[in-house]
Design a binder for this molecule. Structure first.
Ligand code: ZN
Length: 145
């Protein structure tokens, strides 16, 4: 399961709402208690990133590899790990699309935030399998303000 702390959650929602009606993206940093499979991932920091998709960004996002590397370095410097990636679905539910699956990687959690009419609606987290053919839903908690 993955638990997003208040500081990180506020960054994620603000970034998703600010980029509406486009998709936003970013990284989640934190710690894992227990094993990767059965443990609890605690997200303490979120890094807002620019959607670098070269085209209509209403239903697509792309992360720059160098932004992800920078986030990974920042995490290590703070004694944290890069736990996952988040992105938003403007006026769409928080499901994991075929494109999301193809662009995923199995060792991260993928949190999708549904933004409807410019405001946060709901979110889900997904864990892609090793061959990126399916992503299972992961229990996600966030601070209810
Ligand atoms: Zn998506």
């Amino acid at each position: 399961m993955i638990k997003v702390g208040k500081q990180a959650w506020d960054v994620m929602v603000a970034h998703a709402e600010a980029n509406y009606p486009n998709e936003c993206c970013g990284a989640m940093l934190g710690t894992t208690i227990g094993s990767i499979d059965g443990g609890v991932k605690q997200v303490t920091l979120a890094e807002a990133m620019e959607n670098s998709y070269d085209g209509a960004q209403g239903a697509r996002y792309e992360l720059r590899p160098e932004d992800l590397l920078a986030a990974d370095r920042k995490a290590r410097a703070a004694g944290l790990d890069l736990i996952g990636i988040f992105h938003s679905h403007p006026d769409c539910d928080a499901y994991f699309s075929k494109t999301d699956l193809e662009n995923s990687c199995p060792w991260y959690s993928f949190v999708v935030l549904s933004i409807k009419g410019g405001k946060f609606d709901h979110a889900n987290s997904f864990l892609p399998n090793a061959d990126q053919t399916a992503a299972e839903k992961e229990e996600l908690t966030w601070p209810k303000s």
